[in-house]
Design a protein around this ligand. Structure first.
Ligand SMILES: NC(=O)c1ccc[n+]([C@@H]2O[C@H](COP(=O)([O-])OP(=O)(O)OC[C@H]3O[C@@H](n4cnc5c(N)ncnc54)[C@H](OP(=O)(O)O)[C@@H]3O)[C@@H](O)[C@H]2O)c1
Length: 241
């Protein structure tokens, strides 16, 4: 049976993905913060006959990550799906940046997925599919104003996945980033264009259709790609006068 590990699995998109992969017959390792183990989440796992196993996991906590990785030692994981994230929005008030919040944002949105990729690389490499996917956001590449911390962390995590893809290419790992669409959640007052279930269905299609040549790419939920990096890899030969 194919298996997936999902972070932030009790969140809007995370829980929808957990349900979708379960419905499609996968073994799901559903990880979430301890306080997010709601009765509904527990009940879902209990009724899954062992196909949804919950692990308490804070992706900013290196020891916690190691202990979950150790508990799943020798378990191949076909897809590591980094879904957990922090969304704090608001306009930049120049001169009044909240750097503590910024640190928290980077710890969760950027360093968390990197930690997960490093800790679970052996599990993914031992699997058939060998996929690492992280939910980034279009907001990390759109040229709009505001939400500076969120945008910066999402731009950065797209770049992280590009780097992971290069680092693990010779091991056959496909590492990519994706945008989930504008999804109805409590963070946006349920104003999104997609329900969590619609987003999960689209992301399921994207992540289960990845081929080796898709590594290092950034996907929209409809499967098209978004710009991640410039195609120019060599220093530009500037004309000197
Ligand atoms: N909704 C959208 O329109 C949209 C658009 C672009 C990108 N995204 C991204 O999509 C992903 C899913 O977001 P969502 O919309 O489903 O929001 P969500 O319901 O808030 O899901 C995020 C989940 O991550 C968890 N989390 C936060 N910090 C964590 C940590 N340190 N360790 C483990 N889990 C942690 C949250 O727990 P708590 O609730 O307890 O904090 C929550 O369950 C996020 O990465 C988000 O940035 C969403």
């Amino acid at each position: 049976m194919e298996s997936i590990l999902i972070t932030g699995a009790a969140g809007h998109v995370g829980f929808a993905l957990t349900q979708k992969f379960f419905k499609e017959g996968w073994q799901v390792f559903a990880t979430c913060l301890p306080q997010d183990r709601t009765p509904a989440f527990n009940d879902f796992a209990e009724q899954s006959q062992g196909r949804v196993r919950i692990f308490e996991l804070d992706i900013t906590d290196a020891k916690n990550i190691s202990s979950v990785a150790a508990a799943l030692k020798d378990q191949p994981i076909d897809i590591l799906f980094n879904v957990a994230g922090l969304t704090v929005t608001g306009d930049l008030v120049f001169g009044q940046t909240d750097y503590e919040m910024w640190d928290k944002h980077f710890a969760i949105n950027t360093k968390g997925p990197m930690r997960m990729c490093e800790a679970f690389a052996p599990h993914v490499i031992a699997s058939k599919r060998k996929v690492m996917m992280t939910i980034s956001s279009r907001m990390g590449s759109k040229p709009n104003y505001g939400h500076v911390g969120y945008r910066a962390t999402k731009s950065a995590v797209s770049q992280v996945m590009f780097q992971v893809g290069i680092a693990l290419k010779d091991k056959g790992v496909i590492a990519a980033a994706c945008h989930p669409g504008w999804v109805q959640t409590k963070n946006n007052g349920n104003k999104g264009a997609l329900t969590p279930d619609q987003s999960a269905a689209m992301l399921y299609q994207v992540v289960t259709s990845l081929r080796p040549e898709d590594t290092c790419k950034f996907f929209d939920p409809d499967g098209t790609t978004l710009p991640l990096v410039t195609q120019q890899t060599q220093p530009k030969p500037y004309a000197m006068t």
